[in-house]
Ligand binder design. Structure first.
Ligand code: GH3
Ligand code: MG
Ligand code: MG
Length: 525
């Protein structure tokens, strides 16, 4: 038989007999293999026995003989003088001649291009943070396949899983396993096409737990039954811990903590304490049209000023005091601190509201206690002295003047002895009330000692008329049980070079003179 027509074919062609002996090799075959005598397995592989006796080398000729086929094709790696090359060997049987005709189609370039397409993305994938899993549906979720980078994630090798030494469920944290199982069951029953589990923990080989993100799709058989699951896993421990830490910091913070978008006047986040402080529910806060309404109208300008500063790019921390107007209309005094931070890619304010209401109310009470005499409800000595200091400084600097009057109840000891201490107290209170009515609002009136009072009269050059008016007013008060009292008064005017002591001493001296001269009178020095 003349096979020379096969020389026109641009791929190697061999004609072999039943024993694989080459009867004909075309030009291309001779060119590619550089040899053409003997059996095809000798020429293609350098084998001493037929291909099929070597593992992984199915023989198309044998296939046809065994299975009674007319054609058969296999992919082989063949040895050529240029090195190993891939061939698609397709053979057909010619019953007339009882020979087999083999075409060796060179797949080398094709194979190389496929390899570079498939392996590069795969290696990129397997070096990345995503670990691929394939689980069988069954007790403990046996692992059927896992990508090699699992070793980095969990410390176990790929083989460890696929050989069944450990089932997946054994690795899930005991506190999470039930929830994960429920999620799988739920999505299986609902035939979800894919789902992302809520973060859960997996135990590493070294015993440490990591948090993972698990996205899963069900694996279906030809009848559409779920037989397993594919999924990818990613270690999100760091992110999870950060979130946990933020949550912990925000929710255990005794302050109200908010993330405020100053560009759009919107609250993006508020912790539970914000709801407590403002009396609004969290959803109400997040959906508020104008969060500035949380601030007392009189303090709002301060907030607006600072928001404008932020909009202009001012990034340093800002702190100021505002009153929060609660939903129920009550007020809370807070120290507001704003720090600029980045949230979801834009600049926002991280606000801390420190509720100082209790402290401020306590302080106000203390300040009152420190300045007001509890019995008579007029100023105490501390206020009188500091006012005098102040006025002396003022007088020195601006040449202003002022007067001082001291008065003392006449024979008060006798009154106490006769009517009792409580009656004496009531007299003190009543005198204070009466004197308050007479003096000007700008005058400072206080209790100087037990039954001694002091009045400071700013811008007053002559204290005599006021003193007399007071004396006469006290004289005409009708106290209970027909009690009547008189007072003696000493007055003086500021002199250049005066100190608090010198001016009080002079007024005291005047008072002493008034007592000496028979009481119930005024002396000015
Ligand atoms: P004089 O006319 O010389 O001032 O005689 P007096 O009795 O008023 O003498 P003095 O001013 O020395 O007496 C002060 C008395 O005032 C002594 C004290 O019992 C009484 N006293 C001082 N503080 C109080 C007080 O808070 N309540 C009452 N009920 N009595 C007071
Ligand atoms: Mg006295
Ligand atoms: Mg007295």
């Amino acid at each position: 038989m003349d096979y020379s027509a096969f020389d026109l074919i641009p791929e190697p062609v061999f004609v072999v007999d039943k024993e694989h002996k080459v009867i004909f090799a075309n030009k291309k075959a001779k060119e590619v293999y550089g040899r053409w005598e003997g059996t095809c397995y000798e020429i293609s592989h350098g084998f001493l026995k037929p291909c099929y006796e070597y593992e992984g080398h199915p023989c198309p000729v044998k296939n046809m003989q065994d299975l009674g086929l007319e054609k058969s094709g296999v992919v082989h790696i063949h040895k050529t003088p240029e090195g190993e090359r891939y061939f698609y060997v397709v053979a057909s049987y010619d019953p007339k001649e009882d020979v087999y005709i083999e075409f060796h189609v060179d797949l080398f370039d094709l194979y190389e291009s496929i390899k570079s397409y498939t392996q590069k993305p795969l290696s990129l994938f397997f070096e990345g943070p995503l670990v691929l899993f394939q689980w069988r549906k069954g007790k403990g979720w046996p692992v059927e396949f896992v990508s090699p980078n699992v070793e980095r994630l969990l410390g176990y090798t790929m083989d460890y899983f696929t050989s069944g030494k450990i089932s997946y469920a054994e690795l899930v944290h005991p506190e999470d396993i039930e929830r994960v199982a429920q999620e799988v069951q739920y999505h299986t029953e609902n035939r979800s096409s894919s789902w992302t589990h809520q973060d859960y923990r997996l135990k590493r080989k070294d015993g440490k737990y990591i948090w993972v993100l698990d996205h899963t799709i069900p694996l279906l058989d030809s009848k559409g039954e779920i037989v397993g699951y594919y999924g990818y896993l990613m270690d999100i421990t760091e992110r999870h811990e950060k979130e946990e830490l933020f949550h912990l910091l925000a929710e255990t913070n005794p302050n109200a903590v908010l993330i405020y978008d100053f560009h759009n006047n919107k609250i993006l986040y508020a912790n539970a304490n914000t709801a407590k402080l403002t009396g609004y529910r969290l959803e109400e806060l997040l959906n508020m049209e104008n969060p500035l309404e949380l601030i007392h109208p009189e303090d709002r300008y301060r907030a607006i000023e600072n928001i404008n500063k932020r909009k202009q790019g001012y990034k340093k921390p800002i702190s100021y005091y505002v009153r929060i107007l609660r939903k129920d209309g009550r007020l809370r005094y807070v120290k507001l601190t704003s720090i600029v931070t980045s949230y979801k890619g834009k600049d926002v304010s991280f606000l801390t509201l420190n509720d100082l209401t209790k402290e401020i109310r306590r302080e106000r009470k203390l300040r009152k206690l420190a300045t007001i005499d509890t019995l008579t409800k007029i100023y105490n000595r501390y206020v009188l002295f500091s006012t005098l200091e102040h006025l002396i400084e003022y007088a020195e600097r601006y040449g202003e003047t002022f007067s001082v009057i001291i008065f003392d109840i006449d024979n008060f000891k006798l009154l106490n002895d006769t009517y009792g201490h409580l009656a004496g107290d009531r007299v003190l209170r009543e005198i204070a009330k009466e004197v308050k009515k007479i003096i000007r609002r700008s005058d400072i009136f206080g209790r100087y000692g037990g039954e001694e009072f002091l009045i400071i009269l700013p811008k007053t050059k002559d204290p005599y008329p006021v003193a007399e008016k007071i004396r006469k007013a006290v004289e005409s008060i009708d106290f209970e049980k027909g009690i009547r009292v008189t007072i003696s008064l000493g007055g003086t005017v500021y002199r250049k070079g005066d100190t608090v002591d010198s001016i009080i001493n002079r007024a005291d001296e005047a008072l002493y003179l008034a007592k000496q001269s028979g009481k119930n009178q005024t002396v000015i020095l």
